[in-house]
Write a protein that binds this ligand. Structure first.
Ligand SMILES: Nc1ncnc2c1ncn2[C@@H]1O[C@H](COP(=O)(O)OP(=O)(O)OP(=O)(O)O)[C@@H](O)[C@H]1O
Ligand SMILES: [Mg+2]
Length: 435
């Protein structure tokens, strides 16, 4: 082209200069357009490299054919980066949701041990409201010598460290768990992860079991020691004293009876406990069942001169699902307690009853005895719990009757309500599903 223009220039020098000037101007315009296009591409590439997404809108339509392909390629790259960024976002959200929903507390710490994140279980455990990590006992946990040492060791050795500690507070918490070092650090800068398990409830059950064995052996040891003592006396000092022998044998019979009752109750309790997680599958008529228990107990009431006043409807009162034998035992235990504590009268009534929107049937045993002080009421269903240990032991009670009642009702998904005022009798009301 330039050669052609020069040739033309040979013919007319003025035209030649003009053509050269035009040529230079066109070249400059072309170069400027290229530079602008390249600058745009450069800017877009920089943005794509720096942005985490969402990425900027696609580039404007190409103006120069040679750059067009590159611009298109860049637009494709941007779209693919955008898709990847969305995927990463989804994966992160899924991870966060899993961590948040874990049943055990999980806490993420920065390298300087500042808490960065705590999942819902951890926030609940430490009384943290919302996402804020400034309050609660978390600080106490991180300062606890056992935890602090485990964190130090974890950072120094890079290996997971097991922790087991009791965190004092309103309720002492038994915590166990692991400290992990994150290598490389998490996206949010998390360097250490604490995975905890709240063992407070499990420890309480363990302690209860240990207490139970202690109590049971103690309860058996007392009558057993008494029987053994009398055997010694009968062999020795009372060998030739028929009158003392009769007296001692009577006490021994009483103590043996006490041991038999205790063993029966313990076996009964363990049977109920074993079946507790398997709901009953039959039905029972509460009216019939109560009339049968009353018939069996009437002689005992008569012997003590206590009047049993009944208000049992003739119409069926169906408990379902129910285990008739077990509900009979509930009635027996409550009537036995009422008989022991009543002054003159015990009232037994039954009726259909709804509880929390559920259909059911209920019965109440009310006596006019000394009642139970408010602070003892929640504890009556504990095994071996007796309000007046000395007096109750004299009467040969083991303190297991209401524990058995509670377990039977738990199995029936029922409820026991105890109302009493000291000096004004007590009412034990049982509700079970049915109707
Ligand atoms: N009707 C009541 N009036 C006052 N106190 C009661 C009454 N029923 C139960 N209690 C108190 O609750 C305690 C626990 O009762 P529970 O039936 O579990 O055991 P117990 O009657 O002592 O022994 P067991 O039933 O094993 O022979 C009793 O020792 C008594 O102190
Ligand atoms: Mg009892």
């Amino acid at each position: 082209m330039l050669g052609g223009l020069m040739a033309m220039g040979a013919l007319a020098p003025g035209m030649g200069f003009l053509a050269l000037a035009l040529c230079l101007a066109a070249g400059a315009a072309l170069a400027a357009a290229w530079l602008a296009g390249v600058a745009r591409l450069d800017a877009a590439l920089r943005r794509a490299a720096e942005e985490q997404g969402p990425f900027s809108a696609p580039l404007p339509a190409p103006r120069l054919p040679a750059l067009g392909e590159i611009e298109e390629g860049l637009a494709r790259l941007t779209r693919s980066l955008q898709a990847r960024a969305e995927l990463v976002g989804q994966l992160r959200a899924a991870d966060a949701a899993i961590v948040e929903a874990l049943p055990d507390p999980l806490i993420v710490l920065a390298a300087d041990r500042t808490p960065l994140r705590a999942n819902q279980a951890a926030r609940r455990l430490f009384g943290l409201v919302g996402e804020g990590l400034s309050r609660g006992d978390l600080g106490a946990l991180l300062r606890h010598p056992v935890m602090a040492a485990a964190l130090d060791r974890c950072v120094a050795e890079g290996a997971p460290q097991a922790v087991e500690l009791a965190l004092p507070g309103a309720v002492t918490r038994d915590l166990s768990g692991q400290v992990l070092l994150m290598q490389p650090p998490l996206a949010d800068g998390g360097r250490l992860v604490l995975m905890l398990a709240d063992r407070t409830a499990a420890r309480a059950v363990e302690r209860m079991r240990a207490d139970f064995i202690t109590n049971a052996s103690h309860e058996l040891r007392t009558p057993l020691a008494s029987v053994m003592g009398f055997i010694e006396t009968l062999r020795g000092p009372a060998r030739d004293d028929p009158e003392a022998q009769q007296r001692f044998l009577a006490i021994m019979a009483e103590q043996s009876e006490r041991m038999r009752r205790l063993i029966d109750d313990l076996l009964g309790l363990s049977r109920v406990e074993m079946s507790e997680h398997q709901p009953p599958s039959e039905t029972a008529d509460l009216g019939d069942l109560l009339r049968a228990e009353v018939a069996a107990m009437e002689p005992l009431y008569a012997a003590r001169g206590i009047r049993l006043v009944l208000a049992l409807p003739e119409a069926p009162l169906t408990a379902t699902p129910a285990d008739a034998d077990q509900l009979g035992q509930v009635a027996r235990n409550l009537l036995d307690n009422a008989l022991r504590h009543a002054r003159a009268e015990v009232h037994l009534s039954a009726e259909p009853a709804r509880l929390g929107g559920r259909e059911g049937v209920a019965f109440s045993v009310r006596d006019d005895g000394p009642g139970v002080a408010r602070e003892h009421i929640p504890r009556l269903t504990e095994r071996f719990y007796r309000v007046d240990k000395g007096r109750a032991r004299g009467a040969g009670n083991t303190g297991l009757g209401l524990a058995i009642v509670k377990h039977i009702l738990t199995r029936h998904r029922g409820q026991l309500a105890i109302e009493s005022e000291l000096g004004h009798g007590a009412t034990f009301r049982v509700w079970v599903p049915g109707g």
